[in-house]
Design a protein. Structure first.
Length: 559
């Protein structure tokens, strides 16, 4: 993997020197913006120029990580579902504003007893092999996401069965009331809504499907070179507007400097960037855009395990001290040029549902986000570490957050001021995920920390459960508290099944407080995920949330 992108970086040596000349030579005359129908060509009229309704040309997207590179959605981590696999699939639902919206499912109605849902499938959607999507495929997909070997827990613990009512209608039964059940099948994590072709999978099996995946999305899979690139081609019969580009290549480029050089030499058309890099890209040749808002945070791993009992991070006072040592306001001003914001507890945000936002913003400002190095030193002394100690900080890039390693370096500097040595441990997200989400957590991480980012979304239970829930109730997640807090699991379950909105808010308030008091997750900042497009691509996201640069493939136009 490293060799592939390293060779790509070496290949840039001459191209970077010629970047300015190359851009001038390749630049096309500016065209007048238009809001006319799709039959209008975005290029100068010529007899050989394809019409806008006919995809043409190639778009290349550089991504910082490919994760595990698994191509069977039920056993794939969420990050891949909304990045490298996103061009190939449609989700059951989508995020509309701050709430659920229709996508493959046109209409969904909860039964009066809250124990089932009726789903209506949009008619006429075709898989890439020509088969029509029906209620059978949706029911089959839900069953696979709830299977024993599936990656995440929501459908395992919530889904009971599905029955077919007619070709385009099914009834989905849940294990008890699950008022947020449809939210498991949209862009927001866990994103278990990619529809699988039942007949194709049953005829060919999972191993074949991994090599020849089929979806209903705007692009069809062509081939992949592990650790290097994935090739797609336009689905010209896509049930929505077909993409503007005929070919799509997604490339693995972990280093931001390399991806920027590739953008400037037109070896890439869309890349992920941090705020500082985005500010340095000159307009109008390069355009930056916000994809979504991410919460970044420090995680303390395995602190409840017996093997961690004598380690510093097992003491909540130490975790509190390490949080107090971090100057979040300074990070926002210097690293993010004021374009980030102070976080709320447990990865909540202003769009989180069933939450008393003013209460938790005030709590974060007065308790969680305080910078007080003197108090931090006192807490370390009280915990028995007046001379400090050494702790590992695992770091890696994640989609939309190329700045995570830089944050780790800054955190290490803050901790050094209170006598704590933060040892930076470079890794990649795919490798780290296996260590962190094994049960019990891998011994290399016990009592250590990592710097991570996650979606800041509207669904409160997920924000809490994915980090604090027990491995039994929420398998496939981090389970930072192990199985030591069944009371927290109980409150989360009650909140998911309660119908009274005020009672839901109170239950989730209890869960938020219980989780925040543990200190096993220390919020840092909420920062925008940014992408940058080069001279050949025009991108305009309608809503900057819960989107990754992979979705640019479907909405990008020719410049």
């Amino acid at each position: 993997m490293k060799k592939a992108w390293a060779n790509r970086a070496l290949g840039l040596a001459v191209a970077v020197l010629l970047a300015a000349t190359s851009l001038l030579a390749c630049a096309k005359p500016a065209t007048t913006a238009t809001t006319s129908t799709a039959t209008t060509s975005p290029r100068a009229t010529a007899s050989t120029t394809p019409k806008q309704t006919e995809p043409y040309g190639e778009m290349k997207i550089a991504m910082t990580t490919f994760g595990s590179e698994k191509f069977y959605p039920p056993t794939t981590e969420q990050g891949l579902l909304v990045t490298t696999l996103a061009p190939m699939y449609d989700l059951l639902f989508t995020l509309k504003g701050n709430d659920l919206g229709p996508n493959v499912i046109d209409k969904w109605v909860m039964a009066p007893d809250a124990l089932s849902w009726e789903y209506s499938v949009h008619p006429g959607i075709k898989f890439h092999n020509g088969d029509e999507m029906t209620a059978e495929d949706v029911a089959f997909s839900l069953e696979q996401y709830a299977a024993k070997d599936a990656m995440t827990s929501e459908l395992k613990t919530a889904f009971d069965r599905a029955t077919i009512l007619d070709k385009y209608t099914l009834r989905v039964y849940t294990k008890g009331p699950q008022l947020d059940f449809p939210a498991f099948s949209m862009e927001i994590s866990p994103s278990r809504g990619l529809v699988l072709p039942k007949k194709y999978l049953q005829q060919n099996g999972v191993p074949y499907f991994e090599q020849h995946p089929v979806g209903t999305g705007p692009f069809k899979f062509v081939k992949r070179t592990p650790g290097d690139n994935i090739s797609y081609e336009a689905n010209t019969s896509y049930w929505r507007q077909p993409p503007a580009f005929k070919n799509l290549t997604i490339m693995l480029v972990p280093e931001e400097t390399t991806s920027v050089a590739m953008l400037k030499t037109q070896m890439a058309d869309v890349i992920e960037v941090g705020i500082e890099t985005a500010r340095a890209l000159p307009a109008p040749d390069y355009r930056t855009f916000v994809t979504q808002v991410f919460g970044s945070f420090i995680l303390f791993h395995g602190t409840t395990l017996p093997s961690a009992s004598k380690m510093p991070a097992a003491d909540v006072r130490v975790r509190q001290a390490l949080s107090l040592a971090v100057n979040r306001e300074e990070i926002i001003k210097t690293m993010f040029y004021g374009q980030a914001s102070a976080p709320m507890p447990t990865n909540l945000s202003e769009i989180s549902q069933h939450v008393d936002t003013p209460r938790w913003k005030n709590y974060a400002a007065s308790v969680l986000n305080v910078y007080d190095p003197e108090k931090a030193r006192q807490l370390l002394k009280d915990a028995g570490y007046p001379q400090g100690f050494s702790i590992d900080i695992w770091t890696f890039t994640q989609q939309g957050a190329p700045y995570l390693p830089s944050i780790a370096q800054v955190i290490s500097g803050y901790w050094a001021k209170i006598g704590v040595k933060g040892n930076i441990v470079p890794s990649d997200w795919g490798t780290f995920q296996k260590l962190a989400r094994s049960q019990p957590v891998n011994s290399q991480l016990v009592g250590q920390t990592s710097i991570r980012r996650s979606d800041v979304g509207p669904f409160t239970r997920k924000n809490i459960a994915s980090y604090y829930g027990s491995p039994a109730s929420y398998p496939g997640y981090d389970a930072l508290l192990g199985d030591t807090r069944p009371d927290l699991d109980k409150v989360l379950a009650q909140g998911a099944s309660e119908k009274d909105p005020e009672k839901v808010k109170e239950l989730f308030s209890q869960a938020i407080q219980m989780a925040a008091d543990t200190g096993v997750l220390s919020m840092l900042v909420n920062a925008p995920g940014l992408g940058a497009a080069g001279p050949r691509v025009d991108i305009s996201f309608g809503r900057p949330q819960a989107i990754t640069i992979a979705y640019a493939a479907a909405i990008a136009k020719h410049r």
